[in-house]
Design a binder for this molecule. Sequence first.
Ligand SMILES: [Zn+2]
Ligand SMILES: [Zn+2]
Length: 132
Amino acid sequence: MSSPEVRCPRDPANVADAPCSRCGTFTCLTCAVLQEGRRLCQECVSRLRRVEGSWLAVWAGGLGFLSLGCVPLAPVAIVLAGIDFAKTRLDGERDRKALKLDALAIALGVVAIAWWVYYFTSPLSASLEGES
Ligand SMILES: [Zn+2]
Ligand SMILES: [Zn+2]
């Protein structure tokens, strides 16, 4: 007598031999991803990545806004947004919200730098600094 085999939901030809340690879904060895000693299914891996990516996007967006008042933060915001953008692209599945935040952060950073450059090269600031 043999117990009925559980099939992997992603590829029914394979036997699902162990559950995902996060959501409990049974997957085959091909689908399972070992991460920090835990066995995760594909769904959980992409879910975890998305959360991580969104965090970066939120930080980038926040720094983008702050850079309007504190220009040195602008490059940081642009770099963070760039990293998150690359991560989200590599994932295949794109999180639209995160990508929008990245684009916003880059735009704000560029505006802040442009404003800063304009301010320090404009005749107005030259006349203000004339006395030094
Ligand atoms: Zn899972
Ligand atoms: Zn599978």
